[in-house]
Ligand binder design. Structure first.
Ligand SMILES: [Zn+2]
Length: 585
């Protein structure tokens, strides 16, 4: 997506904001030499391979290969789009984002947020006069404060309440926001009718969707969520997360199954509850949860469905397990959910229940042993084979070692966990397949360090020093692939001598070369500042020679074919002379 924000602004912004200030509130950074290190927030690991370079204004993970600028970090970590990330940085720097052009995709998005928020207010207003909805909330024991905090509203028993409340011009947006829908014969009507409505907020507290609880018992389905929209992706969002992050004084989060559980728990002093939205716990959920909280407690119903849901959550969690985070599971007594339990037994009882939470390892080992008798040899073998794929999914670390040792003890067997795994390597080969074509970027993709590729890496990583090297007036004349990219980089630096690596990269966002340039910026060239300056000089001289050589060849060809004019003659002599000079010691 092309930015409508001027490049100059992005450059200035990235000079103003320190990437360390952006990352450190979110990731626990430790100083290591000139750089900072931390456990990577993007993959599970137990020894830090996530590095932040204040000089490059760039982060890089040697484990999973993720890298980028402060803007890229916010996009990746907070799940923001480019413009939101820029806005968020601008806020940090205390500047306003200038905009070019008029209506774009951005405006539509802003309009969608405006529509969902307007609908939120509409549903809240309806609640004031909706006796049936009020009676229901009262019966569930919700007080006015809670209803206000969660911005709970209601939709009346009508097909066109929303439809009538918006102008026809807004109907396409209502459709995109999933608030109205259309049947086969083309009739348009409200999506939510005769329901309690729970606005679903994103991490920043903006309304992105709604969850609706039916008011009549005969109404199906009992729970209805907004469909997937440009703002709402079920598998990524957690109901109540914006409040849990804000109010939770503990580092613990409770993951429950329904919005009502979250709301009721909140009212009873458990402000740290979140719920998945009509989906099983996804790996994306787990990543978000372990990013914001140290302890994740999954609360499931004690019935068969609850056990199955817990196992699903466990499977999503295994690849993201980190030794510095704790994942636990609580099972409620049969027939109870957190809502009914806390209302029926009180807060203290719920707290006690939380204290009985099982560790991930216990749930895992118990689940794997289900229906097996480890006194029997065959069952021991089956146990090991069942366990193998789960163990392999665990990131290497203390936890994996302990669990696999425990299984070995249980089975009295020494197990080669990696045995019989054809193609295991491929999982680690996440490199994008280079597109083998003639475009300039092909020069960046190939595994070899061509002089131009090396020069690009050096220039990207040392923008101010790059200016001091004696580059040819036009690098493109050297005839090497990728020279045009190098030329453009040099021109950008000449125009903005203060520019840093991060800003330089952001100028390329959205172009096909961008990922490759990011990778070059991330590569550790293992050079001191002086060595880098010297390399830059050598590269510049080398490319100047290549340019000269090409010019000499061209002039000689012309000389042989049509002859040279006086000017060209002069140029050729000069070029030849410079070559002689250079080859002399
Ligand atoms: Zn990583």
């Amino acid at each position: 997506m092309a930015s409508r924000i001027p490049n100059e602004f992005i450059n200035e912004l990235l000079e103003r904001v320190d990437i360390v200030d952006v990352i450190s509130p979110r990731v626990n950074l430790k100083k290591a030499g000139r750089d900072y290190q931390a456990l990577c927030p993007f993959h599970a690991e137990n020894t830090p391979s996530f590095t932040v370079s204040p000089t490059k204004q760039f982060y890089h993970c040697f484990g999973c290969g993720k890298h980028g600028t402060a803007i890229g970090f916010l996009m990746e970590y907070e799940g923001l789009d480019f413009l939101d990330a820029v806005e968020s940085l601008a806020q940090l720097a205390g500047v306003d984002v200038p905009r070019q052009g008029g209506r774009g995709p951005r405006d539509n998005h802003a309009n969608l947020y405006a529509i969902t928020d307007k609908a939120r207010r509409l549903f809240q207003n309806n609640l004031a006069s909706n006796a049936e909805a009020q009676a229901y909330l009262q019966q569930r024991g919700l007080n006015a404060q809670t209803i206000q905090t969660f911005q709970i509203g209601s939709a009346p028993d009508a097909w066109d309440y929303v439809l009538r409340s918006f102008s026809p011009a807004e109907h396409p947006l209502l459709m995109r926001a999933g608030l109205i829908t259309q049947n086969d014969s083309g009739k348009v009507y409200d999506k939510f009718r005769r329901r309690i409505l729970f606005p679903i907020h994103d991490r920043r507290g903006r309304v992105i969707a709604f969850g609706g609880r039916a008011l009549g018992d005969d109404q199906m389905p009992k729970y209805l969520n907004s469909p997937e929209t440009p703002l709402f992706h079920k598998g990524r969002e957690l109901y109540g997360l914006h409040l849990a992050r804000k109010h939770s004084d503990s580092k613990t989060v409770l993951v429950v199954e329904g919005y009502m559980d979250v709301v009721v728990l909140h009212q009873h002093g458990f402000a740290n509850a979140v719920a998945t939205l009509g989906t099983a716990t996804t790996p994306e959920h787990v990543t978000v949860l372990t990013r914001y909280f140290d302890n994740v407690v999954f609360c499931f119903d004690g019935d068969k469905a609850g056990r199955a849901a817990a196992w699903k959550a466990l499977e999503s969690a295994l690849p993201h397990y980190r030794d510095d985070k704790s994942l636990k599971f609580v099972f409620l007594p049969q027939g109870e959910d957190p809502d009914s339990f806390v209302r029926g037994h009180g807060e203290a009882a719920f707290r006690q229940l939380l204290d009985t939470a099982s560790n991930l390892s216990d749930v895992l080992l118990k689940g794997l042993q289900k229906d097996l008798d480890l006194d029997k040899l065959d069952d021991r073998a089956r146990f090991i084979e069942r366990a193998r794929p789960y163990i392999r999914q665990l990131p290497k670390g203390q936890f994996r070692t302990l669990v696999s040792q425990h299984i070995e003890q249980l089975t009295h067997t020494e197990i080669d966990w990696e045995a019989s795994t054809p193609g295991r390597q491929s999982a680690f080969r996440r490199e994008e397949t280079p597109s083998a074509d003639d475009r300039a970027e092909a020069a960046l993709v190939s595994g070899d360090w061509s002089p131009v590729k090396k020069a690009i890496a050096l220039v990207l990583q040392n923008p101010p020093a790059a200016l001091e090297a004696p580059w040819p007036a036009s690098v493109s004349g050297c005839g090497h692939k990728g020279a045009a990219i190098l030329q453009e980089l040099l021109e950008t630096i000449r125009a903005n001598p203060q520019i840093n690596t991060a800003a330089l990269l952001e100028n390329w966002r959205g172009r096909s070369e961008y990922p490759h340039l990011n990778r070059l910026a991330a590569t550790d060239l293992m050079l001191t500042a002086e060595q880098a300056s010297k390399e830059l000089r050598d590269m510049a001289v080398y490319l100047q020679q290549a340019v000269n050589r090409n010019k000499i060849e061209g002039l000689r060809r012309k000389q042989a074919q049509t002859g040279l004019n006086a000017e060209e003659q002069q140029e050729l002599l000069q070029l030849l002379a410079s070559r002689v000079q250079r080859t002399q010691p």
